[in-house]
Design a protein around this ligand. Structure first.
Ligand code: G3H
Length: 254
């Protein structure tokens, strides 16, 4: 449940999915959102970099925002194959995901690297969505809170604000698995992250949105979004089906 004036954000992460033929999914999301809904929530789609331009064109003049999924920390240079925050901003993206667990697992991203990328996002005027989350092994060892707090403490740039930063709690074991933590477990982690934010940025902690991600579907969205300190969702698989993503957004209806 978003509170203290935080505006919920429902964000879709397409990961490495989607060709030009997928742009109509964004158009269907754009057309399926009622003004009553977008008056109250922010909606974001993060397609692969190859589709940013066409998705930005598709949502032009609508409340839907487009973001990147990863970035290089530097603005430009000899980094073959990389994309900088400035390049995403140049295309009309307004957000970028930083430190997703798939980047950490398959591309060996460290918390220090996440920090550098979050700074890069801010430099270019993009909002960084900093992802944190524990593995099942870490949870079973009772280390979930320590892990996510450390990831946040190192990853978060100094002076982060509610304007430039979003946090996403994504338990690694819940991603694409159909399993989710209980509402009590999510509430515990989000409260702990909020408290850590308070230590790191003081009052601004209450303006920074903390999303939940991991197997969010239309069927469980209402319950998950109602948890204290949950300010929206980071949605993977279900964001590739317009009706499913819209169903999750509608958790904020009435
Ligand atoms: O970034 C999104 C998350 O990894 C969640 O993915 P999922 O909704 O397919 O579990």
């Amino acid at each position: 449940m978003a509170s203290e004036g935080r505006r919920p954000l429902v964000a879709g992460n397409w990961k490495m999915n989607g060709l030009r033929s997928s742009v109509p999914i964004v158009e269907a999301i754009r057309d399926g959102l009622s003004p009553a809904l977008t008056d109250n929530i922010d909606v974001l789609i993060c397609p692969p970099a190859t589709l940013i331009s066409s998705c930005v064109a598709a949502v032009y003049g609508s409340p839907v925002a487009i973001g990147g999924q990863n970035l290089h920390a530097r603005p430009s240079g000899a980094f073959t194959g990389s994309i900088s925050a400035e390049m995403f901003a140049d295309l009309g993206a307004t957000y970028v995901i930083v430190g997703h667990s798939e980047r950490r697992a398959y591309h060996y991203e460290t918390d220090d690297g996440v920090h550098a990328k979050a700074l890069g996002a801010r430099r270019a005027g993009l909002r960084g969505i900093i992802c944190v989350g524990e593995t099942m092994e870490e949870r079973q060892q009772g280390r979930a809170l320590d892990i996510v707090r450390a990831q946040l403490a190192i990853g978060l740039p100094k002076g982060a604000t509610g304007e430039d930063t979003v946090i996403a709690y994504e338990p690694v074991w819940a991603i694409g698995s159909g399993r989710t933590p209980t509402a009590t477990e999510i509430a515990e982690v989000h409260a702990s992250l909020r408290e850590m934010l308070d230590k790191l940025v003081g009052e601004e902690a209450h303006k920074i949105r903390i999303l939940y991600g991991g197997s969010v579907k239309p069927a469980n969205a209402r319950e998950l979004m109602a948890v204290e300190n949950v300010d929206g969702a980071l949605v993977g698989g279900a964001s590739l089906v317009a009706e499913d993503f819209l169903g999750i957004c509608r958790a904020y209806e009435g």
